[in-house]
Design a binder for this molecule. Sequence first.
Ligand code: ZN
Length: 507
Amino acid sequence: MTGTSETRALTELKQKLSETWDLTMIHGLLDWDQSTYMPPGGGPARARQSALIAGLAHERRTDREVGRLLDRLRPYEESLPYDSDDASLIRVARRAFERASRVPPAFMAELSRHFNLSYQAWAVARPQNDFAGMAPLLQKTIDLSRRYADYFSPYDHIADPLIAEADYGVTAAEVTQLFGRLRERLAPLVRAIVAMPPADDACLKQHYPRGEQWAINESILRSIGYDFERGRLDVTHHPFMTKFSLGDVRITTRVDEHDLGYALFSTIHEAGHAMYELGIDPAFEGTPLADGASSSVHESQSRLWENFVSRSLPFWQFFLKPLKAAFPAQLGGVDLETFYRAINRVERSLIRTEADEVTYNLHVMIRFDLELALLEGRLAVKDLPDAWNARYAADLGVAPPDDRDGVLQDVHWYAGFVGGAFQGYTLGNILCGQLHEAALVSHPSISADCAQGNFEALHAWLGSEVHRHGAKFTTAELVQRITNGPLRIEPYLAYLEAKYVPLYGLD
Ligand code: ZN
């Protein structure tokens, strides 16, 4: 540290950031409670309380004094190495301040009101298969998404500022190029797999009582390293992870008594998100660095545990035994190979969130392309259902019987921007391939360890290469540091081919 005025400015900045951080965490706590334990009667007051806290947090985030402190700290930042904690804190705080300051509070309030209204309308429209009823609201969402992007002009593509919300530095052009190449390689793999007899997953679709499922899920979470001293598992409708500090990172799940795989893999998925947050350097607590690097890096962590680890053969060489002990009647006669094939069943399907790891990316790429077309004005809202159905027919070979399982299927687009959310899921998969490859190079024993229920080397590698850095680096910076290059699709494709070619007997 140099001059005392800089010391003072940094201390003051940290103080201000930590208050904003606490308001954001309190907001998260209200949301968590609303999605888990709050009785319906709490709804109206909770909406008001959430809006109040969000407004206060936004005020703090854009406090001019924060801007002045960041200006005063610029020479200090420039005197430090780029990757030092202080320089990174100032850089990341400045980016957040500048982005938040571009958007007027009145627009933020309009957004929040509209998203609320649109969400409530969608909850009614979806069961009624009423896309026409949603169309005016969706049109307004697109208009608001465009207006939001315009606060960040100039940009190369109207989706860029929306993508920057989740994945700072990633552009629509880059994603379009990566996805185009991925689709070219993935489509033939999917065609080859679905031409083969489907894997039999009947063993997963028996009756699995809730209580036993809960117990085995908790036990697997402990075994893979999710720390219940700093976390919790609760029930919700749509599983998610949330945090209230680096010492309290919670996950939620949902149990389906007729589908063993649902809670099993979605719980491990959320634990992957949580273990990322729990691995962040505790010194970053209360600052904008105490967060994941981006939504795609976050998704790389959840997918790594969900797919690369817990849908692998070595994992079940260890865990099938305790699982059978929990469900002797259902699984007693099921061998490892049958179970492994069942949990890796690939099929053409309509619903993105229920898709297997191979076809999942096709769903995401359809959404991404449609979003760009809507934002660019190439596609009108009234033509969206037809465009959707045409792409599902072309890419996945399935035809939604109605909009309920087509364009209305999930809440995305009806409770948030059009643009900026979907690319993260597939970028996360791509990145996961690269990280997994790099981890295996430095610790070749990872697979063998997994078959012993031992994840220490994997945790150590992820902790030092990814987790501890929190939000210090952008997606591209992190990939460059770890792999000495940019995002590449090849390791992910190699992973899929190495797994699915033998599994489905392809040549
Ligand atoms: Zn996720």
